[in-house]
Design a protein around this ligand. Structure first.
Ligand SMILES: [Fe+2]
Length: 197
């Protein structure tokens, strides 16, 4: 693994986008949990589907960054210590929440919950899941129970979470061309909070 050009403990609003770009460059080639695509292919394709669907910038960026939490050793230890379970979706959302609005981070935080929700509510959805995703569903708690479905439907981000989840599921084609991170960089930068634009 190439070493980082940024210190993960010195990230701030002025360098967060460069840090993320650096993660894509250094770590993107890594395989994505038993899928045929690399991590970068997967996230870049998810963003591509969001863009093709005319998703708003928050959701394009959420799709682009939804699995950043898999790179747990790129996330400051102080952020990882905030988590209640440190699952990748929570670690990623907590990491990004200092820099991006909830419209970006909540669909990331809920993208596994959205899979569990769709498995419980949409018969056709389960049949579209990849083998690896079916396997992880078991580890993640299986389809939501009826009470969990009711709770999940109260989220103001319900539609966004479902959309990002569906783009996540689509972004698994090893032969599909897609833009690289630089295509989205300005859009990511435009959503960073507390920094002069
Ligand atoms: Fe994913």
């Amino acid at each position: 693994m190439n070493s980082a050009i940024f210190d993960k403990n010195a990230i701030d609003a002025t360098n967060i986008v460069g840090y993320i770009a650096d993660i894509f460059t250094r770590r993107g080639i890594e395989s994505y949990l038993g899928e045929q695509v690399s991590m970068a292919q997967h996230m870049l394709q998810a963003a591509q589907f969001a863009e093709l669907a005319n998703g708003p910038p928050e959701l394009v960026v959420a799709a682009l960054l939804h699995d950043i939490g898999h790179y747990s050793n790129e996330i400051p230890d102080t952020v990882l210590m905030q988590g209640t379970n440190n699952f990748h979706e929570e670690a990623g959302a907590n990491f990004l929440a200092d820099y991006f609005p909830p419209g970006v981070t909540e669909p990331i935080r809920q993208h596994v919950a959205a899979k569990r929700y769709l498995c419980a509510t949409d018969r056709a959805y389960f049949s579209r899941l990849s083998q690896a995703s079916v396997y992880t569903l078991k580890v993640q708690g299986g389809p939501m129970k009826p009470g969990e479905v009711v709770e999940f439907e109260k989220s103001p981000f319900l539609d966004s979470c479902i959309k990002v989840r569906l783009w996540d599921d689509e972004g698994k084609d090893p032969d599909r061309p897609h833009p690289d991170f630089s295509h989205y960089r300005a859009e990511v930068q435009g959503l960073v909070k507390n920094v002069a634009k």
